[in-house]
Write a protein that binds this ligand. Structure first.
Ligand code: T4K
Length: 377
């Protein structure tokens, strides 16, 4: 069979700025002979990112996973942390690596985020925090989570890996909770190849995270705590500064392409997707759809394999569910019922979305899907 697409179409493609712009910054790095450890590019990038994201303080990291771990350390978390199983493995792993226990809470079927109404029943005397994930850039129920945290004196951390530039009622996503983490991996709307950032409200929190990510070294004479190497290099920071120039255009293009997807798939029975949400400025990081086999006539996995036959590499984020990883499944982490998360994990498919796609590409991708429904009837 001849695939419909001659070249592979992946779920995402890194936003690549003009190479000459990056070269100019590389030249400055060469001239300075300073490659990492809070150099000029790093300092400029931290300021520019804080401005762009409208948060007071940013700390840059080598990747998002290390950034999360440092966030927990800086908040002195202990014992159990309530989180979602419908996420990338990095979310619970970052807890497990420093001896914290993830406790999985079921999700809301509509937003696919942690179900705030179920959090309270999982709180024990061991609980020290709630870790929400704004999955696919859709914000968690930040107000409800805040009031639960207040009532039980818990910290709130947001894994905002997918939520670069998202706003809720005009407020930047990084302004909620004690600390938010953004992944700056190549597959993200905005990236530094590998990278991550923590966003804070106070300078004191930033200083603490900065200390931990640099081995806990305060001065040449004083090492005050067990730190780690989580630093971002000058090469990554320079790439970030260059990509930042392009991100608004990419966002606009993705918004247009999302509308094309929605128009083509709206009304197809058995397929659901996220429409505009009142008061929320989305970032179109991903275009997830949910396929209900009973109604659509074909399973998510069947559609996934048909897309593959045609060179379209859609992804089953997030499957398998983290709570089903063998080491979590047999542990106390997966102690509650996770029905909604099971359903969503079995139904979700992420379709390709990035600025370089054309309207025609999206039309062809949707045709492969719709053809399967018709074939099934
Ligand atoms: N929390 C959440 C909720 C996350 O989703 C993530 C990461 C994290 C925390 C941790 O953040 P980091 O420590 O990674 O900063 C990818 C990314 O590697 C990962 O960052 C991301 N989430 C996850 C959702 O997606 P994979 O295993 O799917 O990557 P891979 O290599 O299969 O890439 C996906 C597609 O992107 C490929 O099919 C092709 C395309 N691609 C990829 C790369 C790396 C390119 O076109 N160019 C590239 O350079 O995890």
């Amino acid at each position: 069979m001849n695939p419909l697409f001659k070249k592979p179409v992946y779920v995402s493609k890194p936003l690549l700025p003009p190479l000459k712009d990056y070269f100019n910054r590389l030249q400055s790095i060469w001239d300075s002979e300073w490659l990492t450890n809070n150099g000029e590019q790093h300092q400029e990038f931290e300021k520019r990112l804080a401005d762009y994201l409208e948060v007071p303080y940013v700390s840059l990291f080598s990747n998002g996973t290390t950034a999360l771990t440092v966030a927990y350390k800086s908040l002195h978390l202990t014992g159990e942390v309530i989180t979602t199983p419908f996420t990338f493995p990095a979310t619970p792993y970052s807890l497990s690596w420093i001896g914290l226990k993830p406790v999985f809470c079921d999700i809301d079927l509509k937003t696919m985020n942690i179900d705030a109404n179920r959090i309270e029943s999982l709180i024990t005397k061991e609980t020290s925090a709630i870790l929400g994930v704004h999955v696919f850039g859709v914000p968690c129920e930040v107000k409800k989570i805040e009031s639960i945290a207040k009532k039980y004196n818990l910290k709130v951390i947001y894994d905002a890996a997918h939520a670069f530039g998202v706003k809720v009622n005009g407020k930047p996503i990084g302004s909620f909770g004690d600390i938010s983490m953004m992944s700056l991996h190549a597959t993200k709307l905005f990236h530094t190849a590998e990278g991550g950032a923590l966003l804070f409200k106070s300078e004191e929190s930033k200083k603490r995270a900065d200390l931990i990510k640099n081995f806990g070294i305060e001065t040449e004479d004083l090492v005050s705590e067990v730190g780690i190497n989580g630093k971002m290099s000058e090469l990554q920071a320079a790439l970030g500064l260059t990509v930042l120039e392009q991100v608004k255009g990419e966002l606009k293009r993705r918004e247009t392409l999302t509308k094309v997807y929605r128009n083509l798939l709206r009304g197809i029975k058995g397929i659901e997707f996220i429409e505009e949400i009142e008061g929320v400025q989305l970032n179109h990081q991903y275009f997830p759809i949910r396929i209900n086999e009973k109604v659509f006539g074909r399973s998510r996995d069947y559609v996934y394999s048909k897309l593959r036959e045609n060179n379209v590499y859609a992804r089953r984020y997030f499957y398998p569910l983290c709570s089903n990883f063998p080491f979590y499944k047999k542990s106390d982490s997966s102690r509650s019922e996770l029905k909604a998360a099971e359903t969503v994990s079995e139904q979700t498919l992420i379709l390709p979305l990035y600025g370089e796609l054309t309207e025609k590409d999206i039309d062809m991708i949707c045709n492969i899907i719709i053809r399967e429904k018709n074939g099934a009837n």
